[in-house]
Structures are given as structure tokens and as C-alpha cells.
Ligand binder design. Structure first.
Ligand code: FAD
Length: 487
């Protein structure tokens, strides 16, 4: 995603990927919240599903079971409800996009190729040193070790990031307190347990029919060795402990073992090195924050890195990547820790869950928590206290814009990755004012029934950098701050 974002601005990018082939091991099963909108604003996954997916059979089954089982985890099930800490209470603004991560990775690979990104598979970064002009990178390729030089290096190399470690960037946080398994598997007795989501005295057991799918969670500390191959026996033991039966696992089709360590890099930038995605933060998988955070990071860093690499903006612009995205990551880790705490067994947590559920029956509380979980609450400091428009620093909604060529959505206009100055009040002075930035900022004059302001300056990541009622002087300031001095 980051490579595509940078390449959108005609900056050459090379991706060095350790794996010779795209990974087939299952990772994320879906995309939630703001990330769905991010994909829309770049025209990604459109071939898969232009609109968010309806609830799957699995979702429907969970909801139905919630209504009929006193011991299930569904104190109140709404159509399309999503779980928070396994309580099916959240009502998201839009349903989750239920696509496997592989599909997203394939779509990104296709987009990267279209944009001319060079992807070198089977190339592992083993070291780097940076100086004032660039970064020298040591790579272990299929034909042996070599060195390359680049202006900038972005570590998008996952939770155990080599680049973060080599840079010596601290990675504080909390260790996992759980071990869980997510598996598609077969058991000798399909009636060993009722299907559904069950809170047990010693953890959580999820058993779904269809192709049988299991999730287990036990508060027994993290796995002793996270790299050890997962055995059928260890998964079977977890199922036996949680179900209180002597069920036998006869076949495992796909399985993951997971824990819940929550850690975040102290900074996302060190000189000419950036950290993006899991390299910058690791988080438990509940509620799917990983892809949402990573896509958000890439969207924030990409256009800034391109502007600096092209010499249009000073390096300091990249410091706003840390100052904007680090608090978002920190907030997510807080939510994840809270959600793990709410899944602990025991009567005290039961009481807390009942209390929280009652509060979440109120629309306002529900909306606030959903916004927090889905990253809809984010607001960035746009660096000018004189900007008072209600949307300044916030993500611009997907406005419907009526112009000379018909009606388009803002998301469609943003697919080029270029900043937009939206003139919604037919003010010719705006176009003239932005004239010196016309090589990098598009001015669009349109009518909008729900116009939040007469004019808005929207960054490539969808955030509003300036809006009326602020005056022309502040517009010039915002254009310069975010996109560099006039040509
Ligand atoms: C079982 C499982 C279930 C998950 N479920 C969800 C979910 O439902 N929703 C969700 O949002 N998230 C989920 N996640 C998390 C999500 O998969 C991650 O957040 C996401 O993959 C992070 O993307 P990334 O690109 O930052 O890192 P990664 O996907 O880890 O990619 C890093 C890449 O860097 C490569 N690499 C590593 N070191 C080097 C090196 N030295 N040189 C070159 N290349 C290197 C690796 O081969 C890898 O391809 C899940 C994860 C797992 C494991």
C-alpha cells in the first residue's frame, strides 16, 4: 500500500520482500471501519465487491444463536451487529468487508505493477546505514548478497521488523497473557459441543458449523515458543480443556496460534527510515485492528514521503507522520487491552460485561465506542489555530459532488492520490489563489447538497487541511505547509 501511495506521485519505489511467493497462510479474514473507506478512495478491491459485504452465514448464525442461547455471548444481537470483546453489541456504520487478506495483497500487487513499482521477491534486508543523503541497504537476494542505495527506507516488515530492531527504536508495550487458536478442523464427534460463541470458566470457545471453524482463547500466558510448529495435539488439548470433553481432532485444515502482546515503536521515523504497519505496532487480532491501522499509516506516510523525496517539502513534514499516527496506534492498543480484559473469565468480569452491555444499548454510547473501534474519531492538528471550520483536522465524508460532468463521489475524485481544493461556493478567486500549486493540487468546482463549508482543502489521505470560513491567507499557508512552496 505504501509503495503504491508513493508511486502515485511518480517517485520510483523498490519493494524488497523476503518471501519468494505471496503468503498463503491465512491471516486477516476481513477489513473493518475506516479501512473500507480508504480502499474505496483508492479504487481497491472494487472487482471483489464494490459495496461492503453483507453479513456472512457465519455472522447470521452467531446472531441467531445469540437470541436462543442463554449461555452464549450475545446479550443483545442486532442485525449486522459486530462484537466488541466477544459481546455482539456494536452497530457499525457499514458492515465489515469480509475478504481474506490474500485477496487484498493480490489487488495491491496488481496495482503496484500498474504503477511501475519494482517488487523483488526472495530479497531479505539484512542491514542498513543512513547518512545525510540516503540509506545504504544490505540485501540477501536469490543470487547472493548485494547492496543498494535509496533516498529513504520504509520498514514495512511486520511485527518482528528487522528494520525497527536495526534502527534501535524501542518497542515498549505489554506482553501477551493469552494463548489462542483459530482453526478450520474436523473432530470425531461434531456434537461434542453446541455451536456458538461460549464464555467458559477458563476462557472462550467458538465453534461454528459449515466447514467447522474453531476459536479458542485461554488466559494461560503466551505460547512458550511462538515459532514452534502447531501440533494437532496441542489444539486438541485446548479444545478438551475448554469443552470439558475428550473430543478428538481428526484433521486440521488450517490453523493459527495467537497471543495478545500490544507494543508500539517509540517513534515512526528515525532520520531517513520510517516504520509502517505492524513494524510500528503489534496488537491482538480481536476486532481486526491490524490492517486498518496499517492501511491508515500507509495513507498518511505515502504522499508525505513522495513530497519530501521529490524535494517539494522539507523533511519536517515526515515528523507529522509520527505525530499524527502514533496517537492513533496508542489508542488502538488501549482498546485492544481493554477488550482482552473484558474477555477474562470470572463473575466480576461477567458483571462488568453486563454493565457495559446495558450502556451500549444507548445509541450515543454505542456510536461513540463504534467510532473509537473503527478509527472514525481521528482528528489531526492542522498546525493553524485560526482554522475554525468544523471539519478541519477530520476525515472528509464521502460528499456527492455535482459538477459540469455529472455527479461524482469525493472518493472517486481522490483515486489519483492528489490533494483537492473543493470549491463548493463557486468562488473564482479560489482557483486563482491555488494557481501556483496547480502542478500538484486539483481544484474542483461543484455543487453539494450537504456542503459542510463553501470550500475545503483535502489532503490525499482524506483529511481536511483547511476550510472556510478561514480566509485566503490561511489557505496559502495550508497549501505551503502540506504541499510545499508555490511552483
Ligand atoms: C492469524 C492472523 C489473523 C489475523 N486477523 C486479522 C483480522 O481479522 N483483521 C486484521 O485487520 N488483521 C488481522 N491480522 C493482522 C494482520 O494480518 C496484520 O496486521 C497485517 O498483515 C500487517 O501487515 P504488514 O504489511 O504491516 O506486515 P506483514 O503482513 O507481517 O508483512 C510484512 C512482510 O515483510 C516481509 N519481511 C519481513 N522481514 C523482512 C526482511 N528483513 N526483508 C524483506 N522482507 C521482510 C515478510 O515476509 C512479510 O511479507 C491477523 C494476523 C494473523 C497472523
Amino acid at each position: 500500500m505504501l509503495a503504491c501511495e508513493v508511486a502515485l506521485h511518480d517517485v520510483p519505489v523498490v519493494v524488497l520482500e523476503r518471501l519468494p511467493e505471496m503468503e498463503t497462510h491465512p491471516k486477516a479474514e476481513g477489513i473493518t471501519g475506516r479501512a473500507i473507506d480508504i480502499l474505496d478512495r483508492r479504487g481497491l478491491l472494487i472487482g471483489v465487491d464494490g459495496t461492503p459485504a453483507p453479513p456472512t452465514a457465519g455472522h447470521r448464525a452467531r446472531i441467531a444463536q445469540g437470541e436462543r442461547r442463554a449461555d452464549s455471548l450475545h446479550p443483545k444481537a442486532f442485525p449486522g451487529a459486530r462484537h466488541f470483546a466477544t459481546m455482539f453489541v456494536l452497530r457499525p456504520e457499514s458492515p465489515d468487508l469480509l475478504v481474506p487478506q490474500q485477496l487484498l495483497e493480490q489487488d495491491l500487487a496488481r496495482r503496484a505493477a500498474e504503477l511501475g513499482v519494482e517488487v523483488r521477491r526472495g530479497h531479505t534486508v539484512t542491514g542498513f546505514t543512513q547518512d545525510g543523503d540516503g540509506v545504504r541497504i544490505d540485501v540477501d537476494g536469490p543470487e547472493g548478497p548485494y547492496r543498494m542505495r535509496a533516498g529513504w527506507l520504509a520498514g514495512c516488515d511486520g511485527g518482528r521488523s528487522t528494520i525497527r530492531k536495526l534502527a534501535g527504536i524501542p518497542f515498549p508495550g505489554t506482553d501477551g497473557i493469552t494463548t489462542g487458536y483459530r482453526a478450520f478442523a474436523e473432530v470425531d464427534d461434531p456434537d461434542f459441543h453446541l455451536p456458538g460463541w461460549f464464555r467458559k470458566d477458563n476462557g472462550l470457545l467458538v465453534y461454528e458449523e459449515g466447514p467447522p471453524r474453531f476459536i479458542t482463547l485461554e488466559f494461560i500466558g503466551p505460547p512458550a515458543n511462538r515459532d514452534a510448529p502447531i501440533t494437532r495435539e496441542e489444539f486438541q488439548e485446548a479444545l478438551r480443556r475448554l469443552s470439558g470433553t475428550d473430543v478428538t481432532v481428526t484433521k486440521v485444515h488450517k490453523i493459527n496460534r495467537f497471543t495478545d502482546n500490544e507494543r508500539q515503536a517509540a517513534t515512526y521515523r528515525q532520520g531517513r527510515v520510517l516504520l509502517v504497519g505492524d513494524a510500528a505496532h503489534v496488537q491482538s487480532q480481536w476486532s481486526g485492528p491490524g490492517l486498518r491501522l496499517g492501511l491508515g499509516d500507509a495513507l498518511n506516510a505515502g504522499w508525505k514521503l513522495a513530497a519530501v523525496a521529490r524535494g517539494r517539502c522539507p523533511e519536517e513534514l515526515l515528523d507529522t507522520y509520527t505525530s499524527e499516527r502514533h496517537p492513533v496506534g496508542a489508542q488502538t492498543l488501549e482498546v485492544q487491552r481493554a477488550s482482552i480484559a473484558l474477555m477474562r473469565p470470572g463473575p466480576h468480569v461477567d458483571a462488568l460485561r453486563r454493565l457495559l452491555t446495558r450502556l451500549l444499548l444507548h445509541d450515543d454510547t454505542n456510536r461513540r465506542l463504534t467510532a473509537l473501534v473503527d478509527d472514525l474519531h481521528i482528528s489531526y492538528d492542522m498546525g493553524d489555530p485560526s482554522l475554525t471550520g468544523p471539519l478541519v483536522g477530520r476525515y472528509c465524508p464521502d460528499l456527492r459532488l455535482k459538477g459540469a460532468h455529472g455527479t461524482v463521489r469525493l472518493a472517486e475524485l481522490q483515486r489519483t492520490g492528489r490533494p483537492l481544493l473543493l470549491d463548493l461556493g463557486a468562488d473564482p478567486a479560489l482557483r486563482a489563489l491555488a494557481g501556483p500549486w496547480s502542478d500538484r493540487v486539483d481544484v474542483v468546482t461543484a455543487a453539494c447538497a450537504d456542503a459542510p463549508a463553501d470550500a475545503l482543502l483535502i489532503r490525499p489521505d482524506g483529511f481536511v487541511a483547511w476550510s472556510t470560513p478561514a480566509g485566503e491567507e490561511s489557505l496559502t499557508g495550508a497549501l505551503t505547509r502540506w504541499f510545499g512552496p508555490p511552483a
